[in-house]
Design a protein around this ligand. Structure first.
Ligand code: DAH
Length: 341
């Protein structure tokens, strides 16, 4: 092969590769390598010139065609990542949605809807949590002293700048207390539930996931006591499980509640592997009377107001309601699991 043929082959391959890798074709067409090929034409011996010129033109046409395909398949305009997709995507490129007979809502948001309905009827407002938070909401406002060992129970992902993927929905307590505290002046209670996604550095097994959902609840008012806490949670449980279930609380430790409890419900028989005491109860999460320091962080006077809070694992409740044996099914995208809902 002559020198010029070799150069042509080499340049063609390199330019095709650039386009395949996503370089805009308009740039590739203006590249020095392509220009050099054109510059070479007049320098060639007369008998090679016409054929070589034709080959270079063919290469250019081929690249232009690839360019047309690229603009069709590739929308490179800047997009607003927070907007729903139809704001960013032109009509022809909008993905066709699956028809409703082919898809269904994921069980977790569907069940969250049911849970919220129950609390709504019990006079609660609903807030959403967030998936990036900071040290103040994750720890400080919840009465975790700096370097306190209790922080280790909430081992999660953190950026070098100090952003945290929240390990519990309690991060929202300070925000909802501040947002709703004006109702206290009218003699009403603050009642809010917060369902959302949380993250933990976990060893994964049938009951532990790194990404899962919690349902947080906060109630504050005058003369609120532990009896109100138990009654509220029992009422919710019997509605969600559509049957009366025995529940129990046992002492525990959380920095943000005093006293603190673990809350468990009696498993229905079909979820018990044996008759052991361990199998009898399913621990759904923690609860307690809100620590005075947590109220103070939201400028609520703990000498006048008291309250309770809880945080339950949503998957645990859903697993118990439907007899699901492995929490990892929820994030697995297994269609045979999801189609059952
Ligand atoms: N945030 C706790 C956890 O994830 C659960 C919890 C315990 C939430 C007690 C509360 C509470 O609101 O009062 O382990």
């Amino acid at each position: 092969m002559s020198n010029s043929q070799e150069t042509l082959k080499h340049v063609a391959e390199s330019l095709r590769r650039r386009i395949a890798a996503g370089d805009p074709v308009s740039q590739v067409l203006r590249s020095d390598e392509l220009r050099a090929l054109y510059a070479e034409i007049p320098t060639l011996p007369a008998d090679e010139r016409a054929a070589f010129g034709k080959q270079v033109n063919q290469l250019k046409t081929e690249l232009e065609e690839l360019g047309a395909e690229q603009t069709e398949s590739d929308d490179r305009r800047p997009i607003d990542v927070t907007a729903p997709f139809d704001v960013n995507v032109s009509d022809q490129k909008r993905p066709r949605l699956l028809t409703s007979d082919k898809g269904s809502q994921h069980p977790i948001p569907a069940e969250i809807g049911d849970m919220i309905d129950i609390f709504y009827r019990m006079g609660f407002n609903v807030s959403e949590s967030r998936q990036i938070d900071d040290d103040y909401h994750m720890f400080e406002s919840l009465n975790f002293p700096d370097d306190h060992p209790a922080r280790d129970h909430y081992d999660t992902f953190m950026s070098e700048e100090g952003f945290i993927a929240p390990a519990h929905t309690s991060t929202m307590q300070n925000r909802v207390l501040k947002e709703y505290k004006h109702v206290l002046a009218d003699g009403e209670d603050i009642r809010v539930v917060i369902p959302d996604r949380v993250f933990r550095n976990e060893d994964l097994d049938a009951t532990h996931e790194h990404t899962f959902y919690q349902l947080e609840g906060v109630v504050v008012g005058k003369d609120i006591n532990t009896g109100n806490l138990v009654a509220t949670l029992q009422t919710y449980m019997s509605q969600y499980f559509r049957q009366e279930l025995n529940t129990k609380i046992q002492p525990f430790y959380f920095p943000f509640t005093e006293p603190s409890f673990e809350f468990a419900v009696e498993r229905p028989d079909f979820l018990r592997k044996d008759d052991s005491e361990e199998q009898k109860w399913l621990e759904l999460g923690g609860c307690g009377m809100i620590h005075p320091n947590v109220l103070s962080h939201a400028d609520i006077d703990p000498n006048i107001y008291t309250g309770f809070a809880w945080g339950f694992g949503i998957e645990r409740m859903v697993m118990m309601r439907y007899g699901i044996e492995d929490v990892r099914h929820f994030e697995s995208a297994k269609l045979d699991f999801l189609r059952q809902f």
